[in-house]
Write a new protein. Sequence first.
Lengths: 339, 167
Amino acid sequence: MKKRGRGIATIMFGFGYGEGFPDHSIASAEIEEEGKILIRTAAADVGQGILTTISQISAEVLKVKPEAIQIIPGDTHLTKNSGSSSATRQTFFTGNAVKEASEGLLSNIYHYASIEFRSNHVELGIKGGYIFRKDNPNNQLSYWELAERVKARGDNLKAESSFFPHTDKPDPETGQGEKLYVAYTFVTQIIDLEVNTDTGIVEVLKVYTAADIGKAINPKNVEGQIEGGTVQGIGMALMEEQIIKEGITLNPDLTGYLIPTSMDTPHFITRLIENEDSEGPYGAKGIGEPATIATAPAIANAIYDAIGVRIYDLPITPEKILKALKEKVKFTSEGWLGL
Amino acid sequence: MSKLNIELTINGKKRKVETTTSTRLLDLIRDDLHLTGTKEGCGKGECGACTVIMNGELAASCLILAPQADGAAITTIEGIGDDKYLDPIQEAFIETGAVQCGFCTPGMILAAKKLLEENPHPDEEEIKRGISGNLCRCTGYQKIIDAIKLAANRLSSSDSGRGKKDA
């Protein structure tokens, strides 16, 4: 028999290293060859999309198309430390470093252009890679023309910035502190599933996600993180189990250690909550790890809703479900349940 | 390890290659033919990263010995499209955000290609089944499924069929 259940879970996640760790990111922005702006960062894009995100941020600040942004990523000779692509931190840390470096570059564009135009920065405007006098928009210089003139003065049109926020060490006794993390991401998931009481197999049908991520700089990428994280969470909840015996992993392959396939993918309904309430770029917060965490508890709750048994150790395999159902029947027949 | 010569058609071109009896087709493709779009994931036929189309069928190139490919016609991801010309499936993958780290993508696109050749109008379940031999750890598959749906729509709506860039 197939039984349906619905479960809910809410999580909060302090991202970045936090707890007083000297966590920071350095980035620079400079006017490159014709039509290009060069960003240097050591942030590793492992598929989460940080390079797309920082291209958008820099393009937004400098009022150019994202295609104008060129990036030198992760070259120890050419870039400075941006910290690891872990702890759900790159959008917040490197996003801010790139935003500040781009703002620094923009300040310099205004500064040198005001000299060129014999004007004041408040009388200047920018659009599409040009800076112009507001009282005479035809009087304009492209960023690249300006860079040539700045170079002729023996200077460079560039800026570097480091984003280095403070966090507090938690009190060792209470675990409390004023600001342990730079910000918190909140995620709630509601999961509908079906339990086959004959086979113990669980099929996750629908996943409703509400994620408070401050600002989705690239909504498609944020959805991608949520969907990918959720399917990893489904794996954690239902199938993924490393079996170790005397220090040896007995299932070091994808036949013995199962991860979700396309057949395990549920239907996703996702809502992004954009309160712009953090100190991240445009109010953005991290979504990498938070996307994975609510799934397993929501599934465990939904299984309880479906078949009335609580299973406390993951993964909730068909064997565990069948055993729990058998024991439930036994307890019920002997009057143990519902006392 | 004895050497031998084999001849195969790879992405439409005939190639003669010297290989050995114990070389895997995957290594022949990557190391000898320098077509590094085909990836090695698990190396034991479980993950689909090394998928190629061999004589019209999806094949895990890590499980095939190079001499077994003597006389075969093989399509790798390089035969699907390049920088100048992208296959509609590749375009759809980019547009829907179906690529994250990208390691499963070549195999995934070949699986999608094969699926759409056999079934130009797959429903969601058929798409899921069609790519179920290709593991993806990043995306949760949803955007890959969306991409294949989008590509199917475009390929069936363009008169001259697949292979044409969407106008």
